[in-house]
Design a protein around this ligand. Structure first.
Ligand code: ZN
Length: 599
């Protein structure tokens, strides 16, 4: 099969335009169709990237124009034509996220799903992409970072030709262009690169290399305890550091991340900050996806249909379990300690138990509806939906603890992950691709562990009953308690509403059956006074700390431009986190606990 040849050049950084061309040697003679994905795998929302294609033209081998027309929101078709066709188009890139494309004078970044049109009928054709250097002296030091393999003649990190065996691979390797800091480490024989772009001073790259190596090696050893074989020969962590950002997207041999520059480690300051822990957790999360969702996949994603929503009820397994293991791998690899790990767990438990949406939607339903609910949250989200990330990670915890207790420590959730890997993941890109069906999951868990997990499946995955975490933690010598005293306003009553950041006290969300809701307040309302005292975006907690739960207060608030006066009876303090404590430090539960936390 002839290769499809793409070129991409950052044409006009000031206008944020990439110029892309693609040549099909043997197109469909009755008219060739081209399409751009409407979503990017890993981010379950229709984004319609084709809206950023500004101009598009088609040419024959002699450079003469061929008629081409748009056939729907994301597809084009040429007139019937015999012989090679070249498309030339411009893509607007002004999205500083990990999901699309971005170009300015400092950085270029793109996912293939935003810039490379697919040639209908030739998804299996090999692809060659020529990544060209932008013209101009200011770009002289720009380099290329991607996990795409270089074609012969192209130097690593250089501009030039890169290769992919098919379209699916082409768009699964994001590309960073620009001047970036570069680190590298070996994890069980595989090269791992760290690419940091954005303005970051005094970056402690050495520390990043040391910490990420530990995390990566722990994950490789989890899936391949005997061979310690990494899932890829080379892996790239690419991060853009900004003032305020957080997110990541997983790919088969790399991840694109965005973080706060303040979260990155500073040379000469070896302490573990909350920000750095968050960043390492994000790296750990995306790396775990190299196995769980990029190779072990739900049947609905094998293959992806990039023209519409792909429905699966299993995101609790692919995102939730990944969320469980991201922090667990930090503690198991020694990058954080047990106290820090328990604090993260306590925060997740608080986060899940705070929203009443958990009593209405199961994680399986939340997975299925991710496209219109989890990814499109509004002010009512906490009252209507449950996060398949957060609750999914607690389900993983419940499975893990239950399996360990039932089998006296002989089996664990790790055995489930390994069986998933052996059966569905290891050979995924070797042409033996098959995803796991929803109906196969429960039996696989039983096969891997021999444990009886029916109740967790029934109540936790397909039900809305809260997980019995206190009872599950007990055999590990760990107690669980609500924490209402850590934010310095112990016992402070609550309105049961979330306030937006800003100068005014604007309600961002109102919890169901809360004092605020009973008083008739809604998201969007601007509170101006409580008992005649002015309330702002920053002093609500201070004002409320003068009252006891159950006290009645008078609230003045604007809805649109209309002033309302209402009475609220204050709620009990809100529980935002839970505290996990080791009750029995030296007792019989110690080895059980250490096997879990040390791996
Ligand atoms: Zn994820």
């Amino acid at each position: 099969m002839n290769a499809i040849r793409y070129t991409i050049v950052p044409k006009n950084a000031a206008a944020h335009l990439f110029e892309v061309s693609l040549t099909v040697a043997a197109p469909d003679r009755s008219g060739q169709r081209f399409m751009l994905p409407v979503w990017i795998p890993g981010s379950y929302m229709i984004r319609e990237f084709a809206r950023n294609i500004v101009t598009l033209q088609a040419f024959n081998a002699a450079g003469r124009k061929i008629a081409v027309e748009k056939t729907d929101k994301h597809a084009w078709a040429t007139a019937p034509h015999d012989g090679p066709i070249t498309l030339r188009y411009e893509v607007y890139g002004w999205d500083m996220s990990v999901r699309a494309a971005h170009l300015d004078e400092d950085i270029g970044f793109f996912n293939g799903s935003s810039v490379f049109l697919a040639v209908e009928g030739q998804a299996d054709a090999p692809c060659v992409v020529d990544i060209q250097k932008p013209a101009g002296a200011q770009f002289a030091k720009w380099r290329v970072a991607t996990a795409l393999p270089e074609a012969r003649g192209t130097k690593r990190y250089g501009f030039g030709k890169y290769e992919a065996p098919n379209y699916d691979a082409l768009i699964d390797h994001p590309v960073t262009l620009g001047e970036f800091a570069l680190g590298s480490f070996d994890a069980h024989g595989a090269q791992h690169d760290i690419v940091i772009s954005g303005r970051v001073s005094a970056l402690d790259m050495r520390r990043l290399e040391v910490d990420l190596k530990r995390v990566c090696e722990a994950q490789i050893a989890l899936f391949e305890p005997r061979t310690k074989k990494a899932p890829v020969a080379r892996y790239v962590f690419m991060t853009v550091a900004v003032a305020d950002g957080y997110g990541g997207l997983e790919h088969r041999a790399s991840t694109a991340l965005i973080c706060n520059r303040a979260d990155l480690p500073v040379t000469g300051r070896p302490d573990m900050t909350e920000g750095y822990r968050t960043y390492l957790g994000l790296c750990s999360h995306e790396y775990f996806h190299t196995w769980n969702v990029k190779r072990i996949k739900p049947a609905a994603f094998a293959p992806y249909d990039l023209s519409q929503e792909n429905y699966t009820s299993l995101l609790w397994l692919f995102e939730g379990f990944t969320s469980y293991y991201d922090d667990l791998m930090l503690v198991r690899s020694g990058v954080i300690n047990v106290t820090e790990y328990f604090a993260l767990l306590g925060k997740t438990i608080g986060g899940v138990l705070r929203g009443s949406g958990r009593l209405k939607q199961t994680v399986a339903e939340s997975s299925f509806d991710a496209w219109v609910k989890y990814y499109r949250q509004d002010e009512n989200a906490a009252n209507a939906i449950v996060s398949y990330y957060q609750k999914g990670s607690l389900i993983a915890l419940a499975f893990d603890l239950s399996i360990r207790t039932q089998t006296a420590g002989k089996k664990s959730l790790d055995d489930v992950m390994r069986l998933l890997w052996q059966r569905y993941g290891r050979d995924f890109y070797d042409g033996k691709a098959r995803g796991i069906e929803e109906s196969e999951v429960e039996a696989l868990f039983a096969e891997a562990t021999g444990a009886d997990l029916k109740k967790i499946f029934r109540d936790g995955v397909h039900g809305t009953r809260d997980l019995p975490l206190e009872a599950l933690l007990e055999p590990f010598g760990i107690t669980l308690a609500a924490d209402i005293a850590t934010n310095g306003t112990s016992g402070k009553p609550s309105l049961g509403a979330r306030v937006r950041n800003g100068a005014d006290c604007v309600l961002a969300a109102v919890h169901e059956n809360s004092a605020a809701q009973k008083a008739g307040l809604s998201a969007g309302d601007v509170l101006v006074a409580i008992d005649g005292l002015r309330v702002t975006g920053s002093n609500l907690d201070t004002l409320l700390s003068r009252y006891l739960p159950g006290a009645k207060v008078e609230i003045h608030a604007f809805r649109r431009d209309e002033l309302r006066v209402t009475q609220a009876k204050l709620d009990a303090p809100e529980v935002s986190r839970y505290v996990l404590s080791i009750a029995d430090k030296r007792g019989a539960s110690k080895p059980h606990r250490e096997r879990w936390l040390n791996g």
